[in-house]
Design a protein around this ligand. Structure first.
Ligand SMILES: C[S@@+](CC[C@H](N)C(=O)[O-])C[C@H]1O[C@@H](n2cnc3c(N)ncnc32)[C@H](O)[C@@H]1O
Length: 148
């Protein structure tokens, strides 16, 4: 939604695809199902709900419009494995996942993220998380935001 808002009519000229991964097929299925209740959409900017979501047959439940959803590629992926996606990422969001990993595992994962990020690209982590600034090649920008 943010990319579409930012690029506007020029969105088609940019690669705005999002790769969405999780180790859990259940988590991916829920994401692919893309059903949201009113409460979970309540903080969207005015007008975005009707712009980007359709009502479902279930009262109070909305689903993402197909043209937005088709921009997202869903894949199962274990973050413990090498990152072998073909195109380097402009932005990586890894929020509230590294809480499960010990420091060494986190450092190695952030290192793999770095190698998979374009120069100037970003890593965003959860607000309650931190990464070891002395162990990463990313530059710290501000809490939860790092740049290659
Ligand atoms: C607390 S949820 C966070 C989900 C989402 N990032 C968010 O902020 O709402 C943690 C997710 O990490 C996934 N996860 C845990 N270990 C993983 C791994 N090794 N590789 C990929 N995903 C993993 C879990 O399946 C779960 O969906």
């Amino acid at each position: 939604m943010i990319l579409k808002e930012y690029f506007g009519t020029k969105a088609g000229m940019w690669d705005t695809r999002v790769l969405a991964t999780d180790i859990s097929q259940n988590a991916l299925s829920a994401a692919q199902n893309a059903q949201y209740d009113e409460e979970s959409l309540s903080k969207l900017p005015a007008g975005w709900k009707t712009k980007y979501f359709n009502r479902t047959s279930e009262p109070g439940v909305w689903t993402v419009k197909p043209e937005l959803k088709s921009n997202v590629i869903f894949r199962t992926f274990n973050l413990m494995e090498p990152i072998r996606f073909k195109i380097p990422f402009d932005v990586i969001f890894c929020r509230n996942v590294m809480i499960y990993f010990d420091q060494d595992t986190k450092n190695q994962l952030v290192n793999r993220f770095y190698d998979a990020t374009v120069p100037g690209g970003y890593l965003l982590i959860g607000h309650s998380e931190s990464i070891d600034k002395s162990a990463t090649r990313y530059n710290y920008v501000k809490p939860a935001l790092y740049r290659k």
